[in-house]
Design a binder for this molecule. Sequence first.
Ligand code: SF4
Length: 371
Amino acid sequence: MKTPICLSPCSGGNAEDPSADDPYIDFTKASYDFEVTQILDKIEQIQTQKNQTGDFSPILVGLQFPEGLKKHAVELSFLIENITGASVLISADPCFGACDLDAALISKTDVMFHFGHAQLEHTDLEKKVCFIETRSKVDVNPAILSALALLPEKKIGLVTTVQHVHQLENVKSILEDAGKTVVIARGDSRTPYPGQVLGCNFSAARPSKGDCDVYLFIGSGRFHPIGVALSSKKRVVCADPFFSEAFELDFRKFLMQRSAVIGNSMDAETFGIIVSTKNGQCREKLAQRLKEKANAHGKQAVILRMDLVTPDQMLNFPVGAFVNTACPRLAIDDSGRYPVPVLTPQEFEIVLGERDWEDLILDEILEGERE
Ligand code: SF4
């Protein structure tokens, strides 16, 4: 088996990628669908429109990939330039999700192809962007058949990341053949596909969206299923198609880690509230509300704005703890790398005494929240 790769923290898409060691791949054999034909057609269409204005210069095409797919950028760029005659510019900055579009590259190019994520928002920024979701071609059936043994309940809610949403109807049939009733609920507009969850949005897993007895998460990694479990208060079974295995989610270790982060923040008097300026993460109003909450409890708080949030950027701010309003995964995935504790907004409320520990949920960025 090849080493699994991770597309991005957003997709959580670990995959056994047959092309993982070879950047010069036949895209038709890649384990993700790069939609090369559609990309070439789109470029030809835009070039034709440009030619009709009397401008016959080659169009400029931008490409943006999450880290796990960047190895294919060079080959795809050559392919596009050779076949279409367009000029390609590749975004080399880190990319974590559709919340993190390269605005400078978009402004410079006629079209930008963003790989690995579904469209998140519908602002002016997205108008020149084509989202290539890179659906996984891996067979999910063996993992689902393994999961059945862990699912005595009757009514099952299905959730997954965008890489597998096209498999949900197939999975539903397997479960129905086994006598189950299946719920595939639609979340809010930041998750455009029924059953889709993001690392910052579990709205497809709310009881109000269609109640069920248990959730079955299809994908890899623990972050998304933990979010589903905390959001829904239901048991979660995970089916990992890349390893053809299933297991019941156990997140006691996660809760212990978060309990320690909260405990270590209790004596802090000054808080740094982190705001990312990235297009789909920026929550300035939330940061302002958190600052007001801190003040109301006799604590001090400052708002720290930045694009990319890294531990190194935090070293010189003398605060007792940070509160993260940027990508919710930052506070969780990198927690041990920061100089002081990094809380989620909900954990900050626990520190302030405004929320009970039993009501802990993962932070989410929901539809309309950034307006
Ligand atoms: S903010 Fe949401 S969409 Fe963006 S990388 Fe984080 S989890 Fe993914």
